[in-house]
Design a protein around this ligand. Sequence first.
Ligand code: XMP
Length: 507
Amino acid sequence: RIILIDFGGQYTQLIARRVREAQVYCEILPYSTPLAQLEGADVKGYILAGGPASVYEAGAPRCDAGVLALGKPVLGICYGAQLMAQLLGGQVAHAESGEYGGVAITLEAGDPLFNGLEAQATCWMSHNDRIGQLPEGFHATAHTAHCPVGAMACPEKKLFAVQFHPEVRHTPFGQDMLKNYLYDICGCSGDWVVSGLVESMIADIRKTVGKGRVISGLSGGVDSAVASTLVHRAVGDQLTCVFVDHGLLRLNEAEEVLRVFRDEMGLNVVYVDAKDRFLSKLAGVTEPERKRKIIGEEFIRVFEEEAAKIGDSDFLVQGTIYPDVVESGVGNAQVIKSHHNVGGLPKDIKFRTVIEPLRSLFKDEVRALGLELGIDEKAVWRQPFPGPGLAIRILGDITQEKLDILRHSDAILREEIALAGLDREIWQYFTVFTGMRTVGVMGDGRTYDYIIGVRAVTSSDAMTVEFAEIPYPVMRRISNRIINEVSHVNRVVYDITSKPPGTIEWE
Ligand code: XMP
């Protein structure tokens, strides 16, 4: 394993992610960790991560300098590079001009870290301080126009440092450089996979929970599903899952969730039929934010009532994953839509502890874990579905009739996308009930019926999206089937808006 020492930088988790992508297990420890805990026969190397401080400031975070003298490889990145320089007697100072963003860099041939890489490259920089004087035994191995020590090394002692950020995609050679470090310098074999984590995660959960009682909200979404299944593996029926059906799910979705998690996986699932309750609260409401607020609040109320019936729980399972952690850390963004996670929960419920077993994992790792736990592939690859469900895909007020039309058309779309083999490459695809009616002709008669919108987007993170380029023959089938099979629909339109400026959902 590799130990990654954290100095509070925003990219620490991303470095861990890249190391794991290279199939090497990586653990993040705070800089204050005592040397004894940093050592271990199974530790192949260390990475000192970035951080916002300046190494020469009083109180700047420092790790035990002993880590540089263990005889194991150490790679310093940005702040970690500067700290390495300073701890070994070099000097770090404020640079006259900082470097931010993509910068041209020259890599020295012959440095093992840059083995096989082009000498002239682009890297991502983000620093105001720089290494002014190298520690003894080191030489500079890369430079930029404004930074004479873009990287430094003392290969005899297996110490390496880079001022740039190899972990971000804007450093195109970054991953190859990390692989050089991990495989050639540290001697890692690169055969780690996320499934190797299952046993230790289960052991951790058991230790935390003891004989306590645990409750979780199950929505059918992959995060809450994997988190709940993991906890179930650890503590069995000490876990109760609450599945609230707000009546805004897709066709057969509730049945599917129960089949997979209750029947196949054996989780103890309490099904709460709250359909009427939600529908009556939503009756006549047309304003999108109102809908979202009503659903969010009602959901909390239902969950609280069910939790009270089950009795005191000591723990609440949350399906928080790493991108959620990052996003919630980013404060002042304007509220575009008030997101509500069904299955994610009331802030004011009193539970002793929240368990978030997936907190350090990325979506694809969560999926891999889900498959490892034996969860049905369809559930593991389920496309994202918003907490407020179909309510935000019906423009205007919500009625049972509109829900039925929307569900039916959406099921057809999903079937056709899957048949065309496009279900994994399209990020999200669904139909929208526009509420608009147009004139058409069917057989020999005039029709005056609803327009269904089709939305399908490609994305890697939902932050920016492009509309999906679904082949016309597939579009034609989708349109024909929806118009022929769903009553009261006589027209289908395709949404060709990217995000920004559009959002994925229509409300
Ligand atoms: P937008 O429409 O903002 O959606 O581009 C981005 C992603 O978030 C999903 N979404 C939600 N997910 N609760 C959720 O759990 C919500 O309230 C919510 N609103 C939107 C949306 O489906 C897309 O994947």
